[in-house]
Ligand binder design. Structure first.
Ligand code: PAF
Length: 289
């Protein structure tokens, strides 16, 4: 006879995969839907919105907090990436998260790590071009999180649109028992997409950063009436390049599922993607067309 799950108020913290599985087992046996919100911590309103979306369709929400070393290049900000487990736990508690999974690096990656996951093609351009090992690091940790959490709905923000497309493809290709749910970008009052890295921006860079969203809106408006994909791309790139604080990395119109660059404008199926550097901070944004 299965025991009735105990409903607790504050999150149950699991530090290892087996511990998380043990705490989820009774709820799974009681046929409660499990939702997983993978994060690297430094929770902000964007993450909390993922939790809110998850809570609408699942009784048990698990937030994973793990700064994944595999997705950072040696030159990137792994050492300084914002970490605040106590603050994150308080925020998770405040929005009804039932479980927090906060493993150590040694727990996630027993040495030597011989198995990794990579998704071809979708990851080749854009973020993949400037961060060659990034997506294999993300795919590996997300595959592990899915294996640990078991069948679930998993919530990802659309801000990292290429990551979302890659995760969807990985789940389909590897027949993972996970329903991937993409959630709209949460923006600040001036349109800047929320990101844990926004804290790195100087005052001048922060003031300039909404240029990404403004340029996306202008390009999307052009796309609504303009069939020439080069004009749309050019408008997006020029809009960002006109801002002195921004150094454009890429600006493109792509198929929303395959991320292949578009050859013509096909409204309803495409995404504008943009990335730019503000000082040493790279910011990404995107918009549906
Ligand atoms: O989007 C993120 O925060 C990370 O890439 C993820 C999905 C939690 C994997 O580490």
């Amino acid at each position: 006879m299965s025991k009735t799950p105990i409903i607790t108020k504050s999150p149950i913290i699991a530090r290892s995969g087996p511990a998380l599985r043990r705490t989820l087992d009774p709820f799974r046996r009681a046929r409660q839907t499990i939702a997983l919100v993978p994060t690297m911590g430094a929770l902000h309103a964007g993450h909390l919105e993922l939790v809110r979306q998850a809570r609408r369709r699942a009784r048990r929400v698990v937030v994973s907090i793990f700064v994944n070393p595999l997705q950072f290049a040696a030159t990137e900000d792994l050492g300084t990436y914002p970490r605040d487990l106590d603050g994150d736990l308080a925020l998770a508690d405040g929005c009804g998260v039932a479980h927090v999974f906060a493993p150590t690096v040694a727990e996630m990656y027993p040495e030597p790590l011989l198995t990794t996951v990579s998704v071809a093609d979708i990851t080749a351009r854009f973020e993949g071009a400037s961060r060659p090992e990034h997506f294999a690091g993300v795919a590996t940790v997300v595959a592990k999180l899915f294996a640990i959490a078991g069948p679930c709905r998993a919530y990802f923000g659309e801000k990292d649109f290429q990551q979302l497309a890659m995760v969807r493809r990985m789940v389909a290709d590897l027949s993972m028992p996970v329903e991937v749910v993409g959630c709209p970008i949460v923006r600040d009052h001036d349109g800047l997409a929320l990101s844990s890295r926004n804290v790195y921006l100087s005052e001048a860079q922060r003031a300039a950063a909404p240029v990404l969203h403004r340029s996306l809106l202008a390009a999307a408006e052009l796309a609504a009436g303009e069939a020439d994909v080069h004009v749309v791309r050019g408008a997006l790139a020029d809009g960002v390049a006109a801002e002195r604080e921004a150094v454009l990395d890429y600006a493109d119109l792509v198929d929303a599922a395959t991320l292949q660059p578009a050859t013509s404008v096909v409204p309803g199926t495409q995404r504008l993607l943009v990335a730019a550097r503000f000082g040493t901070t790279r910011l990404l944004d995107n918009l549906a067309v």
